[in-house]
Design a binder for this molecule. Sequence first.
Ligand code: AVI
Length: 340
Amino acid sequence: MPIVEMTRAAAHAADPKAAVANAPESSSETADFYAEVMAGLTLPVKTLPCKYFYDERGSQLFDEICELDEYYPTRTEAAIMERHAKEMAALLGPDCRLVEYGSGSSTKTRILLDSAPDLAAYVPVDISRVHLHKTAEGLRRRYSQLEILPVCADYTTPFALPETARSASRTVAYFPGSTIGNFHPRQAQFFLAQIAALCGEGGGLLIGVDLKKDPDVLHAAYNDARGVTAAFNLNVLDRINQELRGEFDLDSFAHHAFYNEELGRIEMHLVSQKDQTVNICEGAVTFAAGETIHTECSYKYSRDGFARLAESAGFQVSRFWTDPSKLFSVQYLTVAPVKE
Ligand code: AVI
């Protein structure tokens, strides 16, 4: 499950305390959700953190997106993994502790695990506890020799690594799916530096990175003909309705996704189709016709651009694999030695 905003830090509320005071009575998670929604919707350019896409329905819709003809990243990354799994496994080396960030169903990881029989342990990290433990059980049945040590955590904040029964020679992180593209570059740099610190000298990071390409290909990927991406985008309003007693009329907002060439990113927005005021719990938000809520950025990188980002975070790119059409890349980064 991708978590892509820097969690609490992303709530630049005009007055977040006031928002929490009016939050629906329930868990602190709901209070955080309400505070972040009200903070985002009272900014001059309205925004919602894209981590809130992934409730049960949103996760189902995302799985459907991954199967779409137009959405090339998932199958292209899997094909790169299949083709180069042996070489990737050799780079991990014997007795490696493999830590996956946002492991979800660990689908692509299986390609790697099939080729890496001598890992010290596999550590899947995910915020969704039930899903994490269910997936870990399935993996234990399939890889009976491998120690599997699930960690339930928000991977954007520091977490402790579990001890392995077999001593590990090194730690390598795995972050597939091009979720790094959903971080703003500054956040991406900070996040990668955190991974470098966790892996330490001798460690590495295997990461999926989506590449810059013909904007028409990108446009199609985020504006699919069946409208699944539109439903995924609009679902965040439905989630606000369900969980925060919001009163969004979903027919009064339209999905809009485009490639911002200057900033090298896909932007997803929800465009208000009319002047309207929407009640959310005790709060209210006013929209002018045509005003948008910016719901997601998906940055696309050039090979050099990502290498610069990696270097600024304390990594160097050791290997770069791509597909014949150069749509997507999987890269192996190593922790750069600390300069004296
Ligand atoms: C999770 N993430 C890498 C996806 C992306 O392509 O940025 C999320 C997504 N948004 C719309 N379609 C898919």
